[in-house]
Design a protein. Structure first.
Length: 218
C-alpha cells in the first residue's frame, strides 16, 4: 500500500479509524510535509545563489532563478500553514483520545465500586455503626466498674477525713506556739543573791569605815 493510500484510504468505504489510527495518519502527513519543506528550503537557497551569480552577467537567468525562488517560498508558506492546521488537529485528537481512555477507566471504576456496594445496605450499615457505638459504651462502663475498687476504703467519708486532717494541722500549730511561749526552763534564771562583784565592793566599804573609826579612837 502506497503512502497516499495509507493516508487517504484506498477509495473503498472503510470503517472510521480509531483515534490512534487517526493520530498516526496525521503524524505521517506531518513527516511528509516536513521533508518537503526541507527540500523547498534547499531549492530556495540554490535559486538565490544562482540569482546572485548571474545578476550582473546574465540578468535573464537571474530573473528566472528569482521567479522560481518566489514559487518555492509560496509553497513553503502553504506548507507551514498546513502543518499548523495538522498539528492543531492532531493535538485535539490526542486530547480526545486521552479523554476517552480516562472516561473508560472511570466507567470501569464506577462499575467496580457499584459491585462492591451491591451487598451493602445503607440502613444496615447505620444499624451496625449504632451497635458498635453501643458496645463501646458498654465496654467503657465495664472498664470503669472494674477499675473502681469495692470495700477498699470506699466506706470512709471524705468529709470526715478532711475534718481529721484539719484537726491534726491545728494541733501542729498549737505545738509550735507552745515551743515559742513555753516554760521558763529555757530562759535564764533570776539571781537570788547579790553578785560576787557587788559583795566585794560592799566589804571594801565596810573595811574603810572600820579603819577610819579606829584612827579616830586612837
Amino acid at each position: 500500500m502506497s503512502l497516499l493510500q495509507k493516508l487517504f484510504g484506498s477509495g473503498k468505504k472503510d470503517q472510521a479509524p480509531t483515534p490512534q489510527e487517526g493520530i498516526q495518519r496525521l503524524r505521517d502527513i506531518e513527516e511528509m510535509l516536513t521533508k518537503k519543506s526541507d527540500f523547498l528550503e534547499k531549492k530556495v537557497d540554490q535559486e538565490l545563489a544562482t540569482a546572485k551569480k548571474h545578476g550582473t552577467k546574465n540578468k535573464r537567468v537571474a530573473l528566472q532563478a528569482l521567479k522560481r525562488k518566489k514559487r518555492y517560498e509560496k509553497q513553503l508558506q502553504n506548507i507551514d500553514g498546513t502543518l499548523s492546521t495538522i498539528e492543531y488537529q492532531r493535538e485535539a485528537l490526542e486530547n480526545a483520545s486521552t479523554n476517552t481512555e480516562v472516561l473508560k477507566v472511570m466507567g470501569s471504576a464506577a462499575k467496580a465500586l457499584k459491585g462492591a456496594h451491591n451487598n451493602m445496605d445503607v440502613d444496615k450499615v447505620h444499624d451496625l455503626m449504632d451497635e458498635v457505638a453501643e458496645q463501646n459504651e458498654i465496654a467503657n462502663e465495664i472498664s470503669d466498674a472494674i477499675s473502681n475498687p469495692i470495700g477498699f476504703g470506699q466506706d470512709v467519708d471524705d468529709d470526715d477525713l478532711m475534718a481529721e486532717l484539719e484537726e491534726l494541722e491545728q494541733q501542729d500549730i498549737e505545738e509550735q506556739l507552745l515551743d515559742v511561749t513555753g516554760p521558763s526552763a529555757d530562759l535564764p534564771s533570776v539571781p537570788v543573791s547579790e553578785p560576787v562583784e557587788k559583795r566585794k565592793a560592799a566589804v571594801a566599804d565596810d573595811d574603810d569605815e572600820m579603819n577610819q573609826l579606829a584612827a579616830w579612837a586612837s
